[in-house]
Write a protein that binds this ligand. Sequence first.
Ligand SMILES: [Zn+2]
Length: 181
Amino acid sequence: MRFVFSIAAVLAVSACQAKAPKDIEVIKAPAGMSEVAFAKTTLNRLQGVSFSSNREYCGYLLRTPDGSLAATAAAKGRISSCRAHSPPEGHLIVASYHTHGAFEYDTPAEFPSVSDLEADEAEGIDGYISTPGGRFWYVDGTELVVSQICGVGCMIQDSNFEVGLDGRIEVSYSLEELRGL
Ligand SMILES: [Zn+2]
């Protein structure tokens, strides 16, 4: 699950009023890399720490003022929620990204949550999600559909992961279908 940026921004203002603004770190994509490939690389780097700490990690993919692709540094979230850092001024948010923490028997984490889709819809962006089983999901925040870009084990996988516990997982779901899971 991911909190909506606007809520995060309001909370951040009230919590940090006394602090001077700090430099905001942005990670630039290698030249020529596609948005999907950059999302996958970014999430793959976070899988290990997300499993070992059992926390979500999240951020935004951005267009820098010169039009190149970049990402905000990942924020460490909680077991099933995460609040991304705000991007620097002049940067356009194009998508969110987040991991789903470690494998747990009683937590369905192999597909996006209804809140994941609603958060991207509210911000008018798309999203990318990696799961403990190593699935890679694309969230279309306009069409309100989530789709697996690639399936089990196509990204770094939690060594404790057991396949099949979340039941049969389809290649894509509409918002309505997600609500029924
Ligand atoms: Zn999620």
